[in-house]
Each structure stands twice: as structure tokens, then as C-alpha cells.
Design a protein around this ligand. Sequence first.
Ligand code: ADP
Ligand code: ASP
Ligand code: MG
Length: 412
Amino acid sequence: MRIVQKYGGSSVATLELIRGVAKRAIATKNEGHEVVVVLSAMKGETDRLLQLAMEAHPSPEPRELDSVLATGEQVSIGLFAISCQALGEKVKSFLGFQAGVKTDDQHGRARITDLDPARIRTELAKGRIVAVAGFQGINRHGDLTTLGRGGSDATAVALAIGLKADLCEIYTDVEGIYTTDPHICEKARKMERICYEEMLELASLGAKVMEIRSVELGMNYGVQIHVRHAHSQATGTLILKEDSEMEKTPVRGVTLSVNEARVTLLNVPDQPGVASRILSLVSKAGVVVDMIIQNRSFSDVPEGAKLTDFSFTVPLTDYPKTMELMEAAREEIGASRVVGDDTIAKVSIVGVGMRNHAGVAALMFQALAKENINLSMISTSEIKISCVIEKKYGELAVRALHEAFELDKLEG
Ligand code: ADP
Ligand code: ASP
Ligand code: MG
């Protein structure tokens, strides 16, 4: 078989751990497989590099920032290859561009557009293990790009597709995909299987165990992904196509995101075109809006005036920029005030079974009310419900929902 194995930052945090990863890759090869290993930077390294760049300039130019960030993975693959050689194994390491990972031009959040893994194939044919730096690629100008946080997952899935691998294994610091973050809720339970749709929602709603684009790629190309612990032999979780078993349970996962903030424009004119004016300003600045709520304002409104409050959430990193933008446009939009809040969290429940179960939202709101947690925004889709709450109640809300939907008893 041809196997792509990806090891995350915590799995390569020290030289000792890298040696362990090398032994695991060699053992896989000795079972008669072709092995491609994708590595992340050593734990904490990408944060350290980011911090350094921000010290040099508070908003570094994205192209140059990518030059700095891409070094983390380079160290990992080099140390991995040397560790393999120390164990007498034939190996070759490649940076993203050497492995043929082509991306678009969006530095810091580039998308893989094409893959030319010719050199990887050649080395595999020579009986070598191939190590590839995750999280990076090259754009059409020949410049280095990075794929966004957690991007090594996408490198691994893309390579599995490009190399027509039989298996894509994502090795991490937990035993698989759990019903919620096991570091928040000790009753979290490992799932044996999860479908792409559910994993996509979990990833986009805050479960960082799999990066969202990697799940998207896996879904589009039908790559079966096995998420498992880097230093245990236990079977992990398979990400695959939905089946009827999965629909029997309404909710299979709970997530928490603390990386969003809310911006509210008070008393904007309640007339056509206002929402589009606000949101086009935001999108022109490259900011992606998540939840939107528009509410007729009943307070402080002069008789006869038709006014509304308009709120939306944005990623925390884009919050200062968005507030500045809205302050600058406030008068033109006709709002009386712009109010921001970066003390919010979003708690969500996910499950494909929600499509055919009634009363799921009611049970969610009841569980949160029981803990006296106030909901300030709600959004739903076919297979998820999200609520914005105060950040300080985030973890409590996760545990309350896990309990209410009895996820500790989930089968499979
Ligand atoms: P890696 O460094 O291997 O890429 P990450 O830190 O990106 O690992 O992702 C693993 C972490 O994801 C876990 O340590 C866990 O805290 C977190 N996590 C959040 N939600 C879940 C979930 N539903 N199941 C498993 N892990 C989760
Ligand atoms: N090193 C990068 C990060 O920390 C990419 C990854 O680990 O997947 O986000
Ligand atoms: Mg990760």
C-alpha cells in the first residue's frame, strides 16, 4: 500500500519524539508499504516565529511573514530525515515547492491549486521514505506561501490525492475525533467513525483537530482519513461517507470557538440596501463574516422612525480592523453608534441526524438556560445549531450540552 502519514506539532515537539516518529514510519515501511510523511513544525514553533515577526513589525507584509513561518516545517523534516538515517533507513526530505505543492497567491492562507509529486514518486520507487514539509507551497511567481494555521493537514490530504495513496493517516496528540474537545470535557468519547459533513462542521466551528480545507479536500476526492494518536497503536477515528447508522443520533459533537468578536451598528435606517452596504465594506477589506443578525430597534427610537440594529461576527484577528472600518463609515451608513464585543464565544452542536429529529434546538436552549447562560445570537443549518454566549461560560456550556445530549453514551 501507499500510505501518507501526517504528524502534528505535539507529535514532533522534541528530538526524542521525532526519533519515535521516524521509528514508526520505518516500521510501516518494513510492513511492505510505501511511506510519505508530512510533518508540522515542532510544537509552539509557528507561534514563536509569528511573535518574532510581529515584534519586528506589528503588521508584517504577508509575503515576508510566509518566509519566516515556513522555516518551522523545514527544521522538522530535516531532523526527521537525519533521525531515519541514524537508524540506517533510506530517506529524502522535500520542502513544499520541491514536493510540487502549487498554491494561489494568498500569502498566509493560500489554497493548494495543483500538485506535481514527480520527485516524490521517483524517491518512493528507489525504496526511500519521503518526508514533506507541511503547511507550505509555492505560487505562480515562484514565491513561498503558507496555507494557514493547521495547514499541514491539507498538505497530507492533497498528497494522498495526488499520489493516489491507499490511506491517509493523521497522527496527533489525542486518540481520534471525540464528541467534544477531550481537554475541555473529560467525559468526551472517541468516535469510531464520523462522516465528512459532520467533520466539516466541527472543523469550521472550532474543533481544531482537523483543519477545514483538509476535510473539504478529503470529501471532494473521497479520501478515507484515519485520525489517531502518534504514540499509541490504538485505532483512531475514520472520516468517511455518511451512512444510515450515523443518522440515528441527532447530535454527535459539541464545539467551542473563542476566536470571534461581534460588531453592532445601532439604529441604522431600516431600508433596502443598508445590510449590503455594510457587508460589502467588510468583505472588500477581506474579512469573512460569520453570523448576522438584524433586529428592529424598539428603544430610544423617535416616533415614526424606522430603525434597526445590525450585528455580525468576525474572526477575532480581524476585529480591530473591522471596528475601525465601521467607525469610519458610521455616518455614511447612518448608524447612531458602533459597539464591539470581543468577550463572546460560540458554542455549537453538530450531527447529520438533526435532519430527521425534532426538538433538538429546544433541548439545547434548555440545557444552556439551566446553567443560566444567556444566548445573544443563534444560527442554524441543516446539521448544526450555534449560539453566541459570554466567553467566560464557554467551557461550562460545552459540558452542559455534552451531558444534555448524553454524548458520553454515544455508540460508534
Ligand atoms: P496537531 O498538532 O497534531 O495538528 P492540533 O492541536 O491541531 O494537533 O489538534 C489536536 C487538538 O484538537 C487536541 O489536542 C484537542 O484539544 C483539540 N480538539 C478540539 N476538538 C476536538 C475533538 N472533537 N476531538 C479531538 N480533539 C479535539
Ligand atoms: N505549523 C503550522 C501551525 O502551527 C501548521 C500545522 O501545524 O499544521 O499552524
Ligand atoms: Mg493541527
